[in-house]
Design a protein around this ligand. Structure first.
Ligand code: NAP
Length: 254
């Protein structure tokens, strides 16, 4: 499947939501996975699942905003699997919806540390190994919100646009080493609702999807992860510095 079998891929924030969907899809393709996140119980749950599936994996507790911790994730992946073929820089912390005039330094720190700073630390950490092998795949996570600027999400949108900018620079600087760097703007929010929630947030999500071309939420494993698999594979070898909207056509609503 995809020619990904045996590849060594790091997925940050691979313990829930979109990251977990990517992990499950890549595990089925025979990818050797290094998964990072902060909460031990989430990490242990993924480890148990992959153990039961017989998938080669390594779990590393690390906050992506900490450059040393990010370097450690890559060191551990290299020790365990001898190479790093791909990085999926998926982790991102969130803050409550906040009007721009009320955004605090703390809000910005959380969003920028886990977003562009964390993405950059991981990109820097995987570079030497990818450059030495003359091949690498880096996938970053932007957001349609960065393009459309909805009210209340100013700091988050800025963080995600900074990631798209880093994506283009890395693509230009590292392309000659055989490294491609592309960004995905996904849409998949159901996992953010507590099970059985049919309150106002669920209604807002439903209204949002009703107005989109495909008219439904994205599934992390079935809708988002296959595009990640494509970007990790040789099928995308002539694409770099690009943003793919994996959002059911939602961007056309803007
Ligand atoms: N969901 C969407 O519709 C949507 C739309 C546009 C863009 N995106 C982007 O897609 C990515 C995944 O979204 P999601 O909805 O699946 O997110 P999510 O449900 O909030 O999951 C985030 C994952 O990242 C980890 N994480 C958060 N902060 C971290 C940090 N500082 N260091 C290490 N791990 C961290 C979390 O685990 P711990 O908390 O245990 O660390 C969790 O595994 C994000 O980059 C997001 O911005 C999502």
């Amino acid at each position: 499947m995809d020619g990904l079998e045996g590849q060594s891929v790091i997925v940050t924030g691979g313990t829930r939501g979109i990251g977990l969907g990517i992990v499950r899809r890549l595990a089925r393709a025979g990818v050797r996975l290094t998964i990072s996140g902060r909460k031990p119980e989430r990490l242990e749950r993924v480890a148990r699942e992959l153990e039961e599936a017989g998938a080669a994996h390594l779990i590393v507790q690390a906050d992506v905003g900490d450059a040393d911790a990010s370097a450690h994730v890559v060191e551990r992946a290299l020790e365990a699997f001898g190479q790093v073929d791909g990085l999926v820089a998926n982790a991102q912390s969130l803050r409550p919806v906040t009007p721009l005039e009320e955004v605090t330094a703390r809000d910005l720190d959380v969003l920028l540390d886990s977003g562009p700073r964390g993405t950059l630390w991981l990109m820097q950490a995987v570079l030497p190994a990818m450059r030495a092998r003359g091949r690498g795949r880096i996938i970053t996570m932007g957001s349609a919100m960065g393009l459309t600027g909805p009210p209340g999400y100013g700091a988050y949108s800025a963080a995600k646009e900074a990631i798209r900018s880093l994506t283009r620079t890395a693509a230009n600087e590292w392309g000659r080493h055989g490294i491609t760097v592309n960004c995905i703007c996904p849409a998949s929010v159901a996992h953010r609702l507590p099970p059985g929630d049919d309150g106002p947030r669920a209604a807002a999500f439903a209204a949002m999807y009703a107005d989109q071309a495909l008219g439904r939420d994205g599934d992390p494993e079935a809708d988002i992860a296959p595009v990640v698999a494509f970007l990790l594979s040789d099928a995308s070898q002539y694409m770099t510095g690009q943003t793919l909207m994996v959002d059911g056509g939602g961007i056309m609503r803007a």
